[in-house]
Design a protein around this ligand. Sequence first.
Ligand SMILES: Nc1nc2c(ncn2[C@@H]2O[C@H](COP(=O)(O)OP(=O)(O)OP(=O)(O)O)[C@@H](O)[C@H]2O)c(=O)[nH]1
Ligand SMILES: [Mg+2]
Length: 366
Amino acid sequence: MKLGIIGLPQCGKTTLYCALTHDYNPTGQIFVDGRAQIDTAVVSVPDQRIDWLSTHYHPKKTSYAKITFQDISGITSGQESFPRALLTILSQVDGFIHVVRNFDDPNIPHPMQRIDAESDINILLDEFTLNDMLTVERRLESLSSEWDKGGGRTRTEIEYEQKLFEQLHDALETDYGIGTVHLNKQQQKLVSGFGFLTSKPMLIVLNSDDKSQKTKNIINTNRHETPKRDAISLMSKLEMEIAQLEENDASFFMKEYGISEPGLDKVIESAYKMMSLKSFFTVGNDEVRAWTITDDTSTPQAAGTIHSDMQSGFIRAEVMSFADLKELGSESSVKAAGKWRLEGKEYIVQDGDIVNIRFSPPRNNQ
Ligand SMILES: Nc1nc2c(ncn2[C@@H]2O[C@H](COP(=O)(O)OP(=O)(O)OP(=O)(O)O)[C@@H](O)[C@H]2O)c(=O)[nH]1
Ligand SMILES: [Mg+2]
């Protein structure tokens, strides 16, 4: 999963990125040719269940689920549209972490010379809407010329797509954008290549400091009350400083500032919830590993996240839940209690399932 850290200039994106990744690599400029500067890091998703499984199975390797964070600079307001390269980067992430400035510091310029988190959120949402609108309009134009020219696809097919894009256009005229439009499988296929910005989940991070205003009212505004948007408040600068400390010192400072869990845990937890993500596990002597899936993933689809051969040759899945294993202490006790199951293709994998895929390997053609 790839999350792009975005926000207006100087709002604290790189500071948050450093806090989350324990990395330090400042970005900020846009290259002369208009390409946005991005920095990428892969982070393990902390999960105490994996820690427990690793102690239980003593595998050669323990692998946590991974999240890729990208520090994406170069978003400003008032342009006609985002440069193409920036738009491509934005359209390829699975979700956004939208950093919003909520700290006052006369030494750090704000592009609008004021501190107003809610307006900043709306500026960026408007930019996203504008860019999606341009993409939709361009598509409608090319569909209409396809219609005029004839040949290729049938008129019914073109008309179906036109109706869909008109519906997206209408949605962009509301506060929520494309994210709330319900699409069937065929429609999802037609829009999947466009990577619409307003359709992606967005976690708003109010970058605050200990003097910042209370943030509840900002978080609760209507425009963000869609299933795919959520907001949290973090002190990124402090979190970045803490991330650079030894463990003992870090927990001392966290207590001192009343921070109950590291920023990374808070961001990941909120992102998983917002995106309805779940983890399932594979276990054995070689490796204990966590895998990330979405809410309604079936057993063959889950198998496919491990390897495509496991999906195509899927037979059944052996499943037990982490909670049962932890409670009963061993696989054999889980079996004895009748809580170890064989599941078919219809089963929807649950968060915390420990899964072993039975599959027939593909035949070698040679
Ligand atoms: N006082 C204060 N300063 C902060 C806070 N968070 C970030 N800063 C400072 O704000 C400045 C900008 O932070 P960056 O993280 O570089 O912001 P950015 O969004 O990456 O900036 P660009 O990439 O240039 O758009 C830096 O000097 C940070 O140290 C905060 O909570 N309080
Ligand atoms: Mg930066």
